[in-house]
Design a protein around this ligand. Sequence first.
Ligand SMILES: [Zn+2]
Ligand SMILES: [Zn+2]
Length: 104
Amino acid sequence: MILGLFNNYKEYLKSEVWQNRRDYFIWGESCNICYSKATLAHHRNYKNVGNEKRKDILPLCHPCHDDLHYNQKNLFTKKRCNINLLYEYINEIEEINKGSHNTN
Ligand SMILES: [Zn+2]
Ligand SMILES: [Zn+2]
């Protein structure tokens, strides 16, 4: 994580720096799961936080993002995403959750 000026990830997410970067990443993009308008940028990993590349980011809508984090079963019943991609996204979240006890 390259947070630079920011004390932690939460503070970074609230910052204008991130909000501008997020807007840039989701501009004109569709949700990568259900193809409605993308409204947020999900971090696929935290390696480049503070200096994200396009590949670190997954444009999603809010409902799909909530489901991806908290109700993954829902994604398989309602959404139109390529199922292999869906498994890939879910595995990434599990990797992140496993590593969440590390401080960096
Ligand atoms: Zn969606
Ligand atoms: Zn997310």
